[in-house]
Design a protein around this ligand. Structure first.
Ligand SMILES: CC(C)(COP(=O)(O)OP(=O)(O)OC[C@H]1O[C@@H](n2cnc3c(N)ncnc32)[C@H](O)[C@@H]1OP(=O)(O)O)[C@@H](O)C(=O)NCCC(=O)NCCS
Length: 321
């Protein structure tokens, strides 16, 4: 078995790359998407590690490089392991382990300090990562409230509107302003929201709500809206008034449905959400795991190094990889 980088794959391997990707995730990361995110600076130079056996791709791992601010204020990048998959007919033969070990080797050589990933604690993959030294550093708590339907005519109190594509550059700038001095996933690569929209990974009108003001936008929320619930995993605001406007707007939108909060919005708005009688669940299934690329260490040590329990830690939906 060989472990190749994206550029080392032959055109003849594209079909088995697709079989591996579709077999593991039901979708295919196209060359166009890879090219586009690569030119944005989102991937490691080698893009990922691919296990190849007799000319066929049998495993894949993509590696993103999100910018990261450490608790002492120093800035760097971490390695984000994503879309780890073995072709289903080749599982249990050490493919995932060897691909990830190859990622660690490459990242050490590049001088990267930490490697991280998101996974579900109830999946087999979680056990694979634990064996490879990853720790559950953030258990992704969430808060939920069934928002009652108003009696009689509903009064609209919030002053917000759906975002437009033309808002996105300003929202990217707002993110950097609102997370200045914080720890974790900040500052973002410039133009990340605009890029996601260009790649059809974000529908500004459906997923973003903004607090407009003459001259400049004061805040925005990114939401996932379904017939039964609304979930907010990203809210950036300049000041408590803009944050409260967004909270009010989402509660209005959620009337008769459930409204859920997680990631930084939950931490940042915790006391307000408690006052509004949200129910808090201290751990979700989908967790953030990490380790040093140099040595294995305890959960407490990795949490401390990444500043995950620091109240300044920032992580939003757009930062997930
Ligand atoms: C998860 C997945 C990548 C594992 O790939 P794999 O090639 O079968 O894994 P490996 O054979 O390399 O296993 C690595 C280690 O984890 C162990 N392991 C494998 N499956 C496990 C499980 N379900 N629970 C606990 N440990 C497990 C193996 O025994 C092995 O341990 P060892 O190195 O001490 O021998 C594969 O099952 C897959 O592609 N799943 C679908 C996509 C997916 O869920 N990806 C993860 C998204 S976060």
């Amino acid at each position: 078995m060989r472990f190749l980088t994206y550029d080392e794959l032959q055109p003849s391997m594209e079909t088995t790359r697709a079989a591996t990707n579709i077999g593991s995730f039901g979708r295919f990361l196209t060359p166009r998407e890879i090219r586009s995110w690569r030119s944005h600076g989102a991937f490691a130079e080698y893009v990922g590690v691919f296990a190849v056996e007799r000319g066929e791709v049998v495993g894949q791992t993509f590696v993103s490089r999100p910018p990261y601010t450490y608790p002492d204020g120093s800035r760097g990048r971490i390695a984000g392991v994503a879309l780890v998959g073995s072709r289903p007919d080749r599982s249990g033969r050490g493919i995932a382990r060897q691909m990830i070990e190859e990622v660690h080797r490459r990242e050490r050589e590049e001088g990267i300090e930490h490697v991280a990933l998101w996974t579900n604690r109830s999946w087999g993959a979680h056990g694979v990562y634990e064996r490879l030294g990853y720790r559950d550093v953030f258990l992704n708590p969430f808060a939920v409230r069934a928002v009652p339907r108003p009696r009689g005519r509903a009064r609209r109190v919030s002053r917000t509107r759906a975002a437009r594509r033309t808002d996105l550059p300003a929202l990217d700038v707002l993110h950097s302003r609102a997370t200045r001095g914080r720890v974790g996933f900040t500052p973002r690569l410039p133009g990340t929201l605009a890029k996601q929209a260009a790649m059809d990974e974000l529908d500004a009108k459906k997923e973003l709500i903004v607090v407009p003001r003459v001259g400049r936008t004061r805040g925005y929320a990114r939401v996932e809206v379904d017939h039964d619930r609304i979930r907010c995993s990203e809210l950036l605001a300049e000041g408590p008034t803009a944050a409260r406007s967004l909270l009010d707007a989402l509660e209005e939108k959620a009337r008769g449905r459930v409204l859920a909060w997680n990631l930084s919005p939950l931490r940042d708005l915790r006391s307000e959400l408690e006052a509004r009688k949200y129910f808090l669940v201290r751990a979700g299934w989908y967790v953030f795991m990490a380790r040093s690329v140099r040595h294995e260490s305890s959960t407490a040590v990795v949490r401390g190094a990444l500043g995950v329990q620091d109240p300044r830690w920032t992580v939003h939906e757009t930062d997930r990889f």
